[in-house]
Design a protein. Structure first.
Length: 178
């Protein structure tokens, strides 16, 4: 893959190779922690594009943590979970996140700001009190939402099935809801 005396693979190529090695086992679920960390925007885009193509080709569900996705990377996802201080600020279709946060916070995204950047700004309460208040408000609105209650009910069903030792139907229950 590379060494002291020869160039080898780039960072993006190494990430794609790592994912390809995991896909050889034909998993139904692939969990990736920060697959784009340390990559420039172009390399991150290509890693995620390759991942999306492989997921579709091999029918694999992918869960990836990405702390600061570029707009193009965000748009590749189907479902988005936004966390703030360990609490859910949004969970659902990526296409509905902006509208949900605008509604929860009663503020519009500035049109000159990318959606991904704006969402991260309003739920990151680490730097100033206004953002911290927005983050708390988004988490409170989500916690009291109908979607949150439905998700809790679904997770309770899955937990009951798992506790009973039944694996039949869990995939169908979860797959149809997310």
């Amino acid at each position: 893959v590379g060494g002291v005396f020869f160039r080898g693979l780039s960072g993006g190529q190494k990430r794609r190779l790592s994912v390809a090695c995991e896909l050889i086992a034909r998993p139904r679920l692939l969990l990736l922690d920060e697959p784009t960390t340390g990559l420039d925007a172009a390399a991150a885009f290509h890693v995620m594009k390759s991942l999306l193509q492989a997921a579709r080709e091999y029918d694999v569900s992918v869960i990836a943590t990405i702390h600061a996705p570029a707009q193009a990377v965000l748009e590749m996802s189907d479902v988005l979970l936004l966390l703030t201080a360990g609490k859910t600020a949004y969970f659902g279709p990526t296409s509905g996140a902006e509208r949900a946060l605008e509604s929860a916070l009663d503020k519009q995204r500035p049109r000159d700001t990318a959606t991904a950047e704006w969402m991260l700004d309003v739920i990151n309460g680490d730097f100033d009190e206004e953002c911290a208040a927005s983050a708390r408000q988004a988490a409170e609105v989500w916690a009291s939402s109908e979607e949150s209650k439905q998700l809790d009910a679904l997770l309770s069903k899955v937990e009951e099935a798992a506790d009973s030792g039944s694996r039949e139907g869990i995939h169908a229950q979860v797959h149809g809801k997310l």
